[in-house]
Design a protein. Structure first.
Length: 268
């Protein structure tokens, strides 16, 4: 047995015929040893390949879990539920954009409520910009109505109060709501704002309600759509130039408002 093992692990001289009468001498192990070495090489390769494949799969699973853990799901929020439209739609001719003069916040007169003028009789058709299917607003001063549209489709009408005096804005402090085509330039939290109406009661908390949708003013300031501490003033000429809604309505309208939202104000 000892001689057999010695013979197996002893390098032996082998003559290899290279053709053309040429021979080469090589030192080689016994065929049994060479076969065993080849078998070990194959096993080692199989082990390395299997281990590498497991590492790759584990790495891929770790990446997938990490992406799943940090994945951000963007949910499409449903649009707020609105009450059905109860008012008739009115016909409003579109006009070219006009220059507007807005009131100064420094010069304010008493905010007394006067009697409601006779409303213009509603008709059945209305003309508003399509605005690519986005929300937009149309205000009719004569019917004290703010209409919310999605494109050209009427969504809802809201009762409002407008400037104490009728007609287009002419100068600072004339208590008129301007007529023209405007845009919302900012949406501001007005819940802590106060205002002195000059009636001897001092500054009134909540005079602007929870939100103030400020309109572009061509150099003037102070015109906007907002809530009120006096919801009973809706349907009248009662403001210094702004458009008043109830606090509940401005909360609802604010959900649809956005910067550069078109706002058209018409006299009739």
């Amino acid at each position: 047995m000892r001689d057999f093992l010695k013979d197996i692990f002893t390098m032996r001289t082998v003559w290899i015929d290279r053709g053309g009468g040429r021979w080469a001498v090589r030192k080689r192990f016994h065929p049994v040893v060479r076969g065993f070495l080849i078998f070990l090489c194959v096993c080692a390769f199989g082990i390395v390949y299997t281990r590498y494949d497991k590492i790759e799969n584990h790495h891929a699973e770790a990446i997938t879990k990490s992406e799943s853990k940090h994945e951000i799901t963007v949910a499409k929020l449903p649009e707020p539920e609105l009450k059905p439209v109860q008012d008739n739609v009115i016909l409003i001719p579109l006009r070219k954009k006009s220059e507007i003069i807005l009131p100064s916040e420094k010069d304010s007169n008493t905010d007394k409520i006067i009697s409601k003028p006779e409303a213009v009789k509603p008709r059945e058709r209305i003309s508003v910009p399509m605005n690519n299917g986005k929300y937009n607003i149309l205000i009719n001063k004569s019917t004290f109505t703010l209409s919310l549209f999605k494109g050209s489709e009427l969504v809802k009408n809201y009762p409002v109060a407008v400037g104490r005096n009728t007609g287009d804005k002419q100068y600072v402090g004339d208590n008129r709501t301007p007529v023209g085509d405007f845009k919302i330039v900012s949406i501001e939290n007005a819940s802590k704002w106060k205002h002195d109406f000059g009636d001897g009661k001092g500054k009134i908390a909540g005079a602007y309600g929870p939100w103030f949708l400020r309109l572009d003013a061509k150099g003037w300031k102070g015109i906007g759509i907002h809530g009120t501490h006096d919801p009973d003033s809706r349907g009248t000429n009662a403001t210094e130039g702004c458009i008043r809604l109830s606090n509940e309505d401005i909360d609802e309208l604010k959900q649809y408002a956005y910067r550069n939202m078109p706002v058209i104000i018409r006299e009739q």
